[in-house]
Write a protein that binds this ligand. Sequence first.
Ligand code: ADP
Ligand code: MG
Length: 292
Amino acid sequence: ATPMSIMVATGRGAQAGVLIRDAEALERFAKVDVLVVDKTGTLTEGRPSLTDIVALAGHDETRILSIAAALERGSEHPLAEAILSGAEDRDAPRIDASDFDAVTGKGVRGVVDGRTVGLGNARLMKDLGIDPGDAEARIAELQGQGKTAMLLAVDGKLAGVVAVADRIKETTSGAIKDLHDAGLRIVMATGDSQRTAEAVARDLGIDEVRAGVSPKDKADLIAALQSQGLSVAMAGDGVNDAPALAAADVGIAMGTGADVAVESAGVTLVKGDLRGIVRARVLAQATMRNIR
Ligand code: ADP
Ligand code: MG
């Protein structure tokens, strides 16, 4: 492309809130076949809120929420915020945890009132030697509603389940439809559970889901698609998306997320609105057509 046509395209993009880093990013964008999208904060608002508390036999809902909040006070995960404001809204008495430990992609652990406690997903429970057993059906039901279920363990036994829901952004559905219509294959990649991910994907008409993936898995997924000869864009918002954004042919940062994401990306959507991807794609293809 000529420097002039690229300047015009990036200028138009900027006006629409789509920051394109350089000529290469624009050129590569025109050729993208597959878009990999993160779920939390990219498809959804990224501000989950507490919806359900399930207390297993012998346990109390308020107590469960107090313990969950004690653990999450040491975490910076968006899920932690949901638990903390949920505990506040429901006036769950404050208790404190010691020996706090955040386990990336799994949850949080610590000690409360002399008891060993943990809050997180099935993988965390496995680490703690816990089988969800009877609670499995309830967890599946919550996940089937697109909610993220977190399991609370107390002294090596499952005590309860707390669930949060994160709204899908208003603009997501239309953007996904347009990107599908433009011929892009769309794959959701998320650290969340398979069932939760599938429920959200179903609502949006996304037919490919990779759930339970770590930040490294996301980057490996990009590389695997590229090795099939595909040109891959990745859209994400968080620190955990940075490796995948860097690995992609075009990394797309939701400007509302972490700065690390923005630094690793060739394209930044200032308003965190996925429709910006549709615009950037149109601009990129028009620019490339002009030069041929
Ligand atoms: P995502 O790709 O959705 O941002 P993460 O890798 O951050 O996912 O987390 C994956 C999963 O690990 C979450 O869905 C949750 O089940 C569990 N998890 C991670 N951090 C926490 C936490 N602070 N509290 C409870 N659960 C957590
Ligand atoms: Mg995210």
